[in-house]
Design a protein around this ligand. Structure first.
Ligand code: FES
Ligand code: FE
Length: 384
């Protein structure tokens, strides 16, 4: 195994963010503005909206965003706000409409492309130019089978900020494409309501110093994780399955056939990619696990985790529970650790933060990135 830390020049220990970054509603508000509303945000799995008229609403920063499947079969995103007097248009998290989206307040109706198509007595309102009052569109891109939305007036390059993360981690643009994630079928979805700040979840995912302590099943399958070296951070390096391990399952038993385009050097390996700010992708030869976070408050993050398999595996009714159980346990162990940490962030003991050991130094790079996004403000030395 090759393990070359990418931050050899770092001091042996570096500081974390101080506790108030995880508890202060004002910091969270700044993150909503400068992170979630400014970057590409993975909102919806495209196949969840499988028919024209299907919609889903998601919270992106301070906005509710509505994603629809149009009559032409395309995905569209809008601010979920009626242009009349501002009522929230769709109050359900998901649903299916036949004709269009009707506001529950005065019944203005929009089609799935966001056009205002009907309103009570509209013909008697010549002063209302209906073309001027369509829903406000939100930028949308599809990748890996998911709709990514961006609320920025000028969205950043999708190729650089989203796809680039996979290239940076896996060393080559084709590596993630070989899993054919957009063609896979949903085998299982689990939703975790985590009482912790979103950054604790990112930081936890980025390091494997905790693996030996809290992930017995994972370290059985990936023995090299037991030494605390985060495969998450070594470019191109996937963690190798243990010799006795047959598949990425809770007991190391056989999984399913390798996805067709996965290369020989990707076989029997696990790769993890963090796509900032809210997505983690885990790649193993026979399935893909994709986590999407929805940060709802400074101390609450909903995580939706999808287990994706070859369509024929799901269609055959095969039992996926052994592979689901492995990462479900990992998720539960990780989120419990994050929830144990969250209340401590408000303690005097963490007023100036903690320390990062060498195998966690890349978390310091994440902190630098965050501080830069928040406008270069670094008040780590200020005691709140
Ligand atoms: Fe939507 Fe009046 S606020 S129709
Ligand atoms: Fe973990």
């Amino acid at each position: 195994m090759t393990t070359t830390p990418l931050s050899p020049a770092s001091p042996s220990l570096i500081a974390t963010l101080p506790g108030h970054y995880y508890t202060d509603p004002e910091v969270f508000r700044q993150e909503q503005r400068h992170v979630f509303e400014a970057m590409w945000f993975c909102a919806v799995r495209g196949a969840d909206l499988d028919r024209p008229g299907a919609f889903r609403t998601v919270q992106v920063g301070r906005e509710s965003v509505l994603v629809t499947r149009t009559r032409a079969g395309e995905l569209r995103a809008f601010l979920n706000i009626c242009r009349h007097r501002g009522a929230r248009l769709c109050t359900q998290e998901s649903g299916q409409v036949r004709r269009g989206l009707q506001c529950p307040y005065h019944a203005w109706t929009y089609d799935l492309d966001g056009r205002l198509v009907a309103a009570p007595n509209l013909t008697k309102m010549p002063d209302v130019d209906r073309s001027a009052y369509g829903l406000v569109a939100v930028a949308l891109r599809e990748w890996l089978g998911y709709a990514w939305v961006c609320l920025a007036d000028t969205p950043p390059s999708f190729e650089e900020t989203v796809m680039g993360a996979a290239v940076e981690r896996l060393g080559d643009a084709a590596a993630i494409e070989r899993y054919g994630t957009e063609r896979l079928a949903l085998g299982r979805r689990m939703t975790y309501d985590v009482r912790a700040n979103w950054k604790l979840i990112v930081e936890n995912f980025m390091e494997c110093y905790h693996c030996a302590t809290i992930h017995p099943e994972l370290t059985d399958v990936l023995p090299e994780f037991a030494d605390g070296y985060a495969a998450q951070y070594y470019v191109g390096h996937g963690a190798e399955f243990g010799e006795e391990v047959k598949g990425f399952t809770v007991d190391g038993s056989e999984g399913f056939g390798r996805l067709p385009e996965v290369a020989n050097d990707q076989d029997r390996r696990y790769y993890a990619v963090t796509i900032k700010p809210t997505v983690f992708v885990n790649l193993v030869p026979d399935h893909v696990i994709l986590h999407r976070m929805f940060p709802l408050a400074e101390d609450r993050t909903v995580v939706e985790c999808d287990w994706l398999y070859a369509p024929e595996v799901v269609a055959s009714g095969a039992d996926v529970s052994k592979s689901v159980e492995l990462f479900h346990r990992v998720n539960t162990q990780d989120f419990e650790a994050c929830e144990r940490t969250q209340p401590a962030m408000a303690s005097r003991a963490y007023r100036s933060g903690g320390v990062l050991v060498p195998t966690e130094h890349h978390i310091g790079i994440f902190h630098e990135w965050l501080l830069e996004r928040l406008g270069g403000r670094d008040d780590r030395d200020l005691s709140p």
